[in-house]
Design a protein around this ligand. Structure first.
Ligand code: ATP
Ligand code: MG
Length: 260
C-alpha cells in the first residue's frame, strides 16, 4: 500500500549491544503516532534505524515502505522514497548556506523520486519562492536562508530549520525526534502549527516526545510507549495524559521490566 511504513519485529544493535528487541509498528498516511518512553529506551535508535544510519545495525526483522523492504537502501534512497527524519540533535554545516543546502536536498529528492510522477528540479527562483512561503508559515526571518546550516542557530532555530526542511521535502512518512525540546512556548506553537499544516491525509507522522504538551498541538491518534527496546503499551491520546500524571513505573511494572 502507498504511504505505509511497516516495522516488523525489528531488532537493532549498536556495536554488539542490542538496543531494539523486536519492535512492531505500522504507520499509515493520515495517521499521527506519538512514541514516548524513558531516556535511553531506544526511541532515537528506532528513528536512526528507520533512516538507515550505518551505526544502527538491523539484526533481524524488516522495515517495509510502500510494500518494499528498504533494509538494503541507504539514507538518501530512503529519503527519495518519502521518508524524513528531523533529528534530536541537528548538526551544523559551516560553509553551506541554509538556502543552498535545502535546494540541493529538495532537488535530489525530487529528481530521484520514482513514485512522484517525475517532478522536475526547481530553478533557483522557483525554489526561493517556495522556501520563502514555507519560512513565512514557520515565522522564520528571511535572513536565515543565507546563514550557514545550523551554524550558531539557537536550539529553537535549529528545530525550525528541520521543520522547514520537512515542509520543502513533502515526505510521505515523517519522523520527528524531540522536535519540541528546547522550544519556547511560542516557538512550540508555531512549529506545531507548521507540522499540522503539512500533516493531512497524505502524510504519516511519528512524533517522538517526552512531554504531553506538544501533543496538545499535534494530536496523535495513537500513543506508544517504548521501554528497554520494546513497545510495552499502545493506546490513544489518553495514554499520554496518564503518563504525564503517573510516570512510567506502573507500566514497567505491568510489563515485568521493573525490578523491585
Ligand atoms: N552510538 C552509540 N554507541 C553506543 N551506545 C549507544 C549509541 N547510541 C545509543 N546508544 C545507547 O542505546 C540506548 C538507547 O539510546 P537512544 O538514544 O535510542 O534512547 P532514547 O530513547 O532516544 O533516549 P532519550 O529519551 O534520552 O533521547 C542507550 O542506552 C544509549 O546509550
Ligand atoms: Mg532520543
Amino acid at each position: 500500500m502507498d504511504g505505509e511504513l511497516i516495522i516488523k519485529d525489528l531488532r537493532v544493535a549498536i556495536d554488539d549491544k542490542e538496543i531494539l528487541k523486536g519492535v512492531n509498528l505500522t504507520v499509515r498516511k493520515g495517521e499521527v503516532h506519538a512514541i514516548m518512553g524513558p531516556n535511553g529506551s531506544g526511541k532515537s535508535t528506532l528513528a536512526y534505524a528507520l533512516m538507515g544510519h550505518p551505526k544502527y545495525r538491523v539484526t533481524s526483522g524488516d522495515i517495509v515502505l510502500n510494500g518494499q523492504s528498504i533494509l538494503e537502501l541507504g539514507p538518501e534512497q530512503r529519503a527519495r522514497l518519502g521518508l524524513f527524519l528531523a533529528f534530536q540533535y541537528p548538526t551544523a554545516v559551516p560553509g553551506v548556506s541554509l538556502g543552498n543546502f535545502m535546494r540541493l536536498a529538495v532537488n535530489s529528492v525530487r529528481t530521484g523520486h520514482e513514485g512522484n510522477g517525475g517532478k522536475k528540479p526547481l530553478s533557483v527562483s522557483e525554489f526561493q519562492k517556495l522556501m520563502r512561503e514555507k519560512m513565512e508559515i514557520l515565522k522564520m526571518d528571511r535572513s536565515f536562508a543565507s546563514r550557514y546550516v545550523n551554524d550558531g542557530f539557537s536550539g529553537g532555530e535549529k528545530k525550525r530549520a528541520e521543520i522547514l526542511q520537512m515542509a520543502l521535502l513533502e515526505p510521505q512518512i515523517a519522523i520527528l525526534d524531540e522536535t519540541d525540546s528546547g522550544l519556547d512556548i511560542d516557538a512550540l506553537r508555531i512549529v506545531s502549527e507548521g507540522v499540522n499544516r503539512l500533516a493531512g491525509p497524505d502524510v504519516g507522522i511519528m512524533v517522538i516526545t517526552h512531554y504531553q504538551r506538544i501533543l496538545n498541538y499535534i494530536k496523535p491518534q495513537f500513543v506508544h510507549v517504548l521501554a528497554q527496546g520494546q513497545l510495552i503499551r499502545s493506546g490513544g491520546p489518553e495514554l499520554a495524559l496518564a503518563l504525564e500524571e503517573k510516570g512510567y513505573d506502573w507500566l514497567l511494572k505491568e510489563a515485568g521490566l521493573l525490578k523491585s
